[in-house]
Design a protein. Sequence first.
Length: 431
Amino acid sequence: MRHIGLAKRSTLAPLVLALACNGSVEGSGTGGSEATGEGSEGAGTSAGPGAGTGGSGTGGSGTGTSTTDTSGASTTEPGTGGASSSGGASTGSSTGAGGSSTGSTGETATETDVGAETETGGETDSETGGVLDDVLTLDHAQVKGTHNSYHLEPLIPFDASHEYSHAPLDVQLDEQGVRAFELDVHKDVNDNFKVYHIAVIDAETTCDSFVDCLETIKGWSDQNPLHLPIFVWIEIKDETGGLPIDGEDLIALEDEIRGTFPEDQLFVPDDLSAGYASVREALEQEGWPTLGELRGQVMVILLSLGDHAEDLTSGFTTLEGRAMWARASPEQFGAPWAAIAKLGTGGQDVMDAHAHQLLIATNICGADEADAECFAELDEAKASGLHMLKDDFPAPVDGQEYFMDFPDGNPARCNPVTAPPECTSEALESL
């Protein structure tokens, strides 16, 4: 069995879940509080001046305590001027400073006067993450992404596909809900890795060097450690500028990745395959880790196929020891290292990828596409259950109707193909 959570950053959510199922939450003072317990598993108490309603009677106002025992029955015990009732569900309200708690099937919520809350359905607070963090796994989310995430429109575009500009990466993360990026990497004459699209004609960028881009992502991640995993796709673009990039360069590129993100902030193939012979065996035996194990982390994926992918996977055999994941083509879905694919917005390949439990990315709208075409591709990608939807337009643009919108979740929505019924967008991420 692999062990990820204890070595990584997000270890608080499982602990809070355990406390919520077996501990108590109390509120007293001058702020308002409410407590509702319905069939809760585990013991939980909420105290404060209030009124209680039980299954067999109604308590009056005063100081009361509502207790839910391990059988799911609740008892409201009177305080000053109070009345008691027992059996079934109980509700108590008060004017004490604590907050509200809602318990259902063992889940307990607290609300304080600063507005942080954790409640059934997956809302998060500033310390823990969602209460479904031990239920929802990485493949249950569908997230927004951007294509050529660094790109700025050139002064004189040579092609309509170049007519778009992205906000800086941290602004995309913070204001646009982007959780998947794509960076085009080139090597200059000094062996430095640069990020741009095409030399000279389309080279404007919000982060000039590869490390600059990574550090921008890390800075935002450090400030928001409860975020969903951030996917960073790397495309080797040595054919559009710079010197050739070979297998040794990939190692140097990974050194820059590890030099930017510490071990507990980087989710690598060895984390998934720990205790198993391969990434594929781990997915088949256990599936993807839970969100509680992965919050605050970053996954770096090599988008390029061919020779670059062969170098990364040691001849398409393994990702052991690598900092980057590799993109699998359809004929490679069963390979021992295969975990992630980039495909079209639907079709048999997508269904096959789901059958292999792969995470799937796609491109949606390009700057040279008509709005109607973009809306159709977005609808198909959503319905097909793709996990990462990358677009040139993650936010509204003046004079254009289309932009990639998730009206039912920001930055993520529950994947309609893979997520369980109890999933909510708030449980995925609510910073």
